[in-house]
Design a binder for this molecule. Structure first.
Ligand SMILES: Nc1ncnc2c1ncn2[C@@H]1O[C@H](COP(=O)(O)OP(=O)(O)O)[C@@H](O)[C@H]1O
Ligand SMILES: [Mg+2]
Length: 322
């Protein structure tokens, strides 16, 4: 068989009987014996989302803007940059401006970045593709650039699409001059991402949303206009926002009159939306442990204590390494 390695070099190699009995076509991915380079097995196609380590959702579960608490400005902004161009491309044409290609979400973990990206896909009835930056770089050494190309192709084929690139910092970390081979891999993947973004013929039906916990780690190149046009910050929620988030996550809970969401919001300074969700789940677990079907104030207070304590423990653990 003639095979082509990821380095673009071609080889004529032997193959096993088993492989020849399998259906092998041009373009099939194969596994090689490490020494002889003979073909020993066929591999699943790279169009398989599992292989690429990404999440592809063609119809999203019901996540709407109403399920997101305390992020009104962020929702407003993403509606202008992503929703409007998807739903009313003619508006931009008439006025004569280029619609934005997408946005970059930044802020601490658990503040709702993934949640909002999914909500936009749901509200615009778009395909949602989530790619995780660290996986692109680690799992597919030497293949990152090719995968980026294939993912953009897939996004086009499934349009309208929200292409969500999570942990963007893993591929877009500031390029270092004297790079080790790992870093070189990162920049090759990054260059491919940038060139796909630049060359993307913007008919408006594929939108890009990047997310990062570390805006300070991002290469300036990625923030240039025509790439991720808008920067949207996801802060740690303030007291009012926390109350709104408690409201959302208790909506479907069977709780009694004693619960006091205002008070819980006061008690959870510095906690994120994902912590609040954990507190509500913990409160429910407490009720189950008591053999009760109704969640009480005390269940919530215990839940808050547990989640706050867990964070403190994590902190003291990480202090050990300092
Ligand atoms: N603003 C919010 N409103 C409601 N729920 C939230 C909010 N932020 C986070 N959550 C909850 O926490 C979970 C994790 O949040 P996620 O969007 O994955 O955070 P991030 O992507 O910023 O790390 C969400 O699925 C949701 O249940
Ligand atoms: Mg996330």
């Amino acid at each position: 068989m003639i095979i082509k390695a990821s380095t673009n070099v071609e080889y004529v190699v032997k193959s096993t009987q088993k492989v020849r009995e399998n259906k092998v076509f041009t373009g099939t991915n194969v596994a090689l014996n490490q020494r002889s380079f003979s073909v020993v097995d066929t591999l699943p196609t790279t169009n398989d989302p599992q292989v690429k380590g990404m999440e592809l959702l063609e119809s999203l579960p019901n996540i709407s803007y109403d399920d997101i608490g305390g992020l009104d400005e962020q929702i407003q902004e993403i509606r202008e940059t992503v929703e409007l161009p998807l739903l009313k491309p003619e508006l931009f044409k008439k006025i004569g401006i280029e619609p934005p290609k997408g946005a970059l979400f930044y802020g601490p973990p658990g503040t709702g970045k993934t949640l909002l990206a999914k909500a936009v896909a749901h509200e615009t009835k778009s395909t949602f593709i989530r790619v995780v930056g660290s996986e692109l770089v680690q799992k597919f050494i030497g293949e990152g650039a090719r995968l980026i190309r294939e993912i953009f192709e897939l996004a086009k084929n499934k349009a309208p699409t929200i292409l969500f690139i999570d942990e963007l910092d893993a591929i877009a970390a500031t390029r270092i001059e004297d790079a080790t081979s790992g870093d070189r891999e990162v920049s090759r993947t990054l260059m491919q991402l940038l060139s796909e973004l630049d060359g993307f013929d913007n008919r408006g039906d594929v939108k890009f949303i990047g997310a990062t916990n570390r805006i300070d780690m991002l290469d300036n190149a990625i923030l240039r206009p025509g790439r991720f046009d808008r920067l949207i910050e996801f802060p740690i929620p303030n007291e009012l926002s926390r109350e709104l988030i408690f409201n959302i996550h208790t909506k479907n809970l069977n709780a009694d009159q004693t619960i006091d969401l205002k008070k819980y919001a006061q008690l959870t300074e510095g906690k994120t939306g994902s912590d609040i969700k954990a507190i509500c789940t913990e409160a429910g677990m407490n009720a189950i442990r008591r053999n009760s079907e109704i969640i009480t104030n005390q269940d919530f207070l215990n839940g808050i204590n547990k989640v706050i304590k867990k964070d403190k423990n994590d902190l003291s653990k990480s202090n050990l390494f300092i």
